[in-house]
Design a binder for this molecule. Structure first.
Ligand code: FAD
Length: 429
């Protein structure tokens, strides 16, 4: 999840680098975002907070087939590592996915492009049968391109569903995106094109539409928001890593994002379903080995051995780091070094469903500034998007690591305590 338009984000980070804080808003929106207006919004002061009637909590680092949220430039790594990973091995094996796209890293559209680029390169070889490992957006875009080129392609996917880190949960009767939520920089974006073709509805969000309160419920105007909040709510949530773990210059990576970010009221998985339609996908089929022998590549999966002319591996960086897939012979040093150096970030979401909306129904984002603001710094209001009484909290980096060790019940209690603080309601329960 990346919160802000690159240009605005850089302004925030430059200010941080300079020490003094003169930033008005956290996570400024796209290039068409309105200027900050220093008026106190119409705020509610609830006397109590009802118990939630449902919750959904993500645990991406514990997910065997993700092992984290998305990649970041860890200390000692560089965009060259992403480019090295994207380089083919003997024109028979490609690695694709969000971590290898140096132009739009850590995003859905970057993952899509990386898959398509790998597929375009495969199409210039004599390969006629291709195996794609992973049915996330990178694997699906690779397979779609090759299929359209008339090349035989099969996707082997470990999960019992497609989409990978795009995953819409409907267990509470509302579409909740547990992985990616936004098309970031929707202007001139391949995912926007896909949505337009498929007629998929999107709603623009505005990061300026943010109310930050102290842990005693006091409204904090933009100019008074301190640096540590900017870091917790902007840098850590956007890069899914603590500032100390990021390579200097991490924010210079990639292309500028244009336009105001949009979300999907009916779920991001509509994009996945559209792309996957008609493709040959073997689900619940975990790959354990990729061999590049003299006779051509062989992929070993739960379903058996599969021979091919070329293989595109799109499993997440976190999975590559854990050596879940054995490469025979081992990947070259260039690739292994890149896998080691790049970081796999952690970002969690806690969705809480209430009996009704008791907060400001129209305001899109809420912030908590207080002793505990590292854990629940930033909340999104789903009511303006889906019409449902649902709030979602985001936590990233080491705060996410600490939180996911707790039970669901303890996390919900912590989230409720944060809400009591944020809205100045008693001492919490
Ligand atoms: C919480 C969260 C919030 C995010 N928010 C945003 C956002 O708002 N906007 C945005 O643009 N991006 C966001 N992202 C990032 C975005 O989701 C990813 O960049 C993108 O979905 C990655 O696609 P991919 O195809 O590279 O990888 P994946 O989607 O992870 O696909 C890889 C596939 O490989 C499969 N696999 C793994 N191991 C094996 C194996 N051994 N054998 C076979 N298959 C295997 C996996 O099951 C998976 O389906 C977010 C991510 C998270 C986790």
């Amino acid at each position: 999840m990346r919160l802000a338009d690159t240009v605005d984000r850089r302004a925030v980070l430059r200010t941080l680098g300079g020490g003094a804080i003169a930033v008005f808003v956290v996570g400024c929106g796209g290039s068409d975002a309105p200027a900050y207006t220093p008026t106190v919004p119409d705020l509610v002061s609830p006397s109590s907070i009802p118990d939630p009637i449902g919750h959904v909590i993500t645990r991406w680092p514990h997910d065997e087939f993700a092992r984290g949220a998305y990649s970041y430039l860890a200390r000692g790594s560089s965009p060259d590592d992403r480019r090295a990973l994207a380089t083919s091995i003997d024109d028979r094996l490609w690695i694709a996915g969000e971590a290898v796209d140096s132009w739009n890293p850590a995003t859905v559209h970057g993952a899509f492009s990386s898959g398509r680029k790998a597929a375009q390169q495969v199409a210039t070889t004599d390969a006629r049968r291709v195996l794609v490992v992973g049915a996330g957006i990178a694997g699906l875009s690779a397979a779609r391109f090759l299929t359209d080129e008339g090349i035989e392609v099969r996707i082997i996917e470990a999960r019992n569903r497609t989409g990978g880190r795009i995953h819409t949960d409907r267990s509470l009767g509302v579409a909740l995106d547990l992985g990616a939520s936004w098309i970031q920089g929707p202007d001139s974006n391949v995912i926007t094109d896909l949505c337009n073709n498929a007629g998929i509805e999107r709603v623009a969000t505005n990061y300026n539409d943010l109310v930050v309160r102290s842990d005693t419920g006091e409204y904090i105007p933009g100019p008074e928001i301190p640096e540590r909040y900017e870091i917790a709510a902007d840098v850590v949530l956007e890069y899914a890593a603590d500032l100390r773990d990021l390579e200097p210059g991490f924010d210079d990576e990639g292309a500028s994002l244009l336009g105001r970010d949009v979300v999907f009221p009916d779920g991001y998985d509509q994009v996945v379903d559209h792309l996957a339609d008609g493709l040959d996908i073997s689900l619940s089929d975990k790959v354990t080995e990729v061999q590049l022998g003299a006779g051509g590549p062989i992929v070993i999966a739960d379903s058996g051995e599969h021979a091919a002319d070329a293989v595109i591996v799109t499993v997440p960086l976190g999975v590559l780091k854990e050596d879940v897939i054995t490469f025979v012979p081992p990947l070259p040093d260039t690739h292994r070094g890149a896998i080691e150096r790049l970081g796999m970030g952690h970002l969690q979401k806690v969705y809480l469903q209430f009996p009704e909306v008791w907060w400001e129904p129209e305001i899109q984002f809420f912030g908590l500034l207080g002793s505990d603001s590292d854990r629940f710094p930033w909340w999104m209001n789903m009511a303006p998007i889906t019409g449902d009484p649902v709030l979602v909290a985001f936590h990233g980096g080491s705060a996410a690591d600490e939180l996911i060790e707790l039970t669901d019940e303890a996390i919900v209690d912590d989230a409720l305590l944060a809400l009591h603080q944020m809205f100045g309601v008693g001492s919490g329960s």
